[in-house]
Write a protein of this length. Structure first.
Length: 141
């Protein structure tokens, strides 16, 4: 008798392996929106903290403007008495809503207190800004 596998055994093994790969890949694909949302929340929180620290260290006000799928950081120029764009970032696969435009003062406080909602198909997060500059993010059920 010959040693080895028959064609039926090899075909059956490959079909079982293919089924396992399909199930695993759909599980991982379902997690993509979760990580896109968490990445966007982390990025917005980091940008808010950076705006606050820039205001403290540079001694001038910084404004954090939100758009439906992006945000920008603007610096107040005392000479021209206007806002200049420092940076703008696009957030992929999420939508953003805000009830106000927060402005970080040189003292580290916030005027224009804001509640920011970041959402996608996986869920929704709420970021709140306290007058002291504290930033809090919670998942909304």
């Amino acid at each position: 008798m010959g040693k080895g596998f028959t064609l039926v055994e090899v075909a059956l093994s490959l079909s079982i392996l293919a089924l396992i790969i399909v199930l695993a890949s759909t599980t991982f694909l379902n997690l993509v929106p979760k990580y896109e949302l968490e990445k966007a929340v982390w990025e917005v929180r980091s940008a808010l903290n950076a705006a606050r620290y820039n205001a403290l260290f540079e001694g001038t006000s910084f404004r954090f403007k939100l758009y439906p799928n992006s945000y920008s950081l603007e610096k107040y120029e005392a000479g021209s008495k206007g806002w200049t764009l420092v940076e703008k970032h696009l957030l992929e696969a999420v939508s953003i809503e805000s009830n106000n435009v927060p402005v970080f003062t040189p003292e580290g406080t916030v005027t224009g207190l804001a509640t920011i909602y970041i959402a996608n198909t996986w869920g929704r997060y709420k970021i709140t800004l306290a007058i002291t500059g504290r930033i809090k993010a919670v998942k909304v059920i």
